[in-house]
Design a protein around this ligand. Structure first.
Ligand SMILES: *Cc1c(COP(=O)(O)O)cnc(C)c1O
Length: 400
């Protein structure tokens, strides 16, 4: 149960925790956690029902509140991120929304990094203003002084993504952790691009860590899901919001996601190794203006990347010579890589941010977050790297 203290000792390594954190074995003596597809749970007697509802007794009542599969997934994520507790959501966006909506009220102000996932940007610009919540964007490369100067008396929370999607700009989490501690602000980090295997924002002073589990955590492009982990008191407050607004994760999706976590460490190792190989191979290619990858020495934030992340991640950004038309011809010339808006899949994927995920931004807004018309985001999968390199090579050649 999410409300119970974690029983898995924290001294185990992340690889072990992701595998051995498991729902208690049932009377059937199963080895692998079964799927608990049940919307509600039976009370032993009238007294137990009363005690569960008053929270004198901890236990399952109804799957919008808790479910063994959801709890196992959340417990693993909290252990991997070094957080006290967490809550699962039906999607990454439900998690992003909940991580802020549960704590903000009319008149509050949010400071956010400018380069954000598209729907998070819509939250700040179109939805929160309806409820009197305002947001200010700060550039990814802003100094500590610039962040400090943007803090207002009504600022309640700081929300960032690092590395950013798709520009791969990094933000110094230690710097933000100190800023938030000094001003008593909540620091919320969307850690979707790195997963806890590469970066753990709680260590740098984050209060909540948000994930779209749809990406690397599922890792096989099957289900939507989200999760927020963090300090116990904040999660208690968030739990009230979630129980009564209802964005609960399906137990089936939770079961899939918990199984996926068992292989997260090996998958991330390969995603990162393949991505580094591709970034290195294409770095000086004649048909590209630049290649961006946090663990290339040429990356503007390379020193920070090496300090804050244990590997460079699975996303590589290529900027093709020839702009928009070239980028479109390149995508249509690919034979192996998929063209789809997801990322973090075993299958390598290309996306053209200008015409898809970031098409709702103005040209000026795109430039501010480093998106140019010839930019292609590559989510590097687990296929053999030579096959990926060969496909990108032939598509560069054919799209000339
Ligand atoms: C995909 C994504 C989200 C939203 O997640 P969904 O599961 O699609 O709702 C949020 N943040 C980042 C960084 C993402 O890549």
């Amino acid at each position: 149960m999410a409300d119970q203290p974690h029983r898995t000792p924290r001294t185990l390594h992340p690889e072990t925790l992701a595998i051995r954190t498991q729902t208690p074995r049932s009377a059937e003596r199963e080895h692998s956690t079964p799927l608990y597809l049940t919307s509600s749970f039976v009370f032993d007697d009238a007294e137990q029902a009363r005690a569960l509802f008053t929270e004198e007794e901890q236990g399952n009542i109804y799957s919008r509140y808790s479910n063994p599969n959801t709890d196992e997934f959340v417990r693993k994520m909290a252990l991997l991120e070094g957080a006290d507790d967490g809550i699962a959501f039906a999607s990454g966006m439900a998690a992003v929304f909940g991580s802020m909506a549960a704590f903000l009220r009319s008149g509050d102000h949010v400071l956010a990094s400018r380069a954000l996932f598209g729907s998070t940007h819509q939250l700040f610009t179109k939805l929160f203003p309806r409820w009197g919540i305002t947001a200010t964007y700060v550039d990814a490369d802003a100094s500590a002084d610039a962040w400090e100067a943007a803090v207002q008396p009504s600022t309640k929370l700081v929300f960032v993504e690092t590395p950013s999607n798709p520009g791969l700009a990094l933000i110094d989490l230690d710097m933000l952790g100190q800023l938030c501690a000094a001003h008593e602000l909540m620091l919320v980090v969307d850690n979707c691009f790195t997963t806890p295997m590469l970066q753990q924002p709680m260590k740098h002073g984050a209060h909540l860590v948000v994930h779209s589990a749809t990406k690397f955590i599922d890792g096989q492009g099957r289900v939507l899901g989200g999760v927020v982990v963090g300090n116990a008191d904040l999660i208690t407050e968030l739990r009230f919001f979630i129980r009564h607004t209802g964005p609960a994760l399906s137990p089936f999706n939770a079961w899939v996601l918990s199984k996926s976590l068992e292989t997260l460490s090996v998958r991330m190792e390969r995603h990162c190794a393949n991505a580094l190989a591709i970034a290195t191979h294409f770095e000086d290619h004649a048909e590209l203006d630049f290649v961006r990858y946090p663990f290339l020495a040429s990356h503007a934030d390379h020193a920070l990347a090496v300090r804050q992340m244990s590997a460079g991640g699975g996303i590589v950004v290529l900027e093709l010579k020839g702009g928009l038309d070239r980028a479109r011809r390149f995508i249509d010339a690919l034979e192996l890589l998929s063209h789809t808006p997801n990322l973090g899949d075993v299958r390598s994927i290309v996306t053209h941010p200008t015409s898809t995920t970031h098409s709702k931004l103005s040209e000026a807004e795109r430039v501010q977050v480093g998106i140019v018309p010839g930019m292609i985001r590559v989510s590097v999968g687990l296929e053999h790297r030579d096959d990926l390199i060969a496909d990108i090579e032939q598509a560069l050649e054919r799209s000339k």
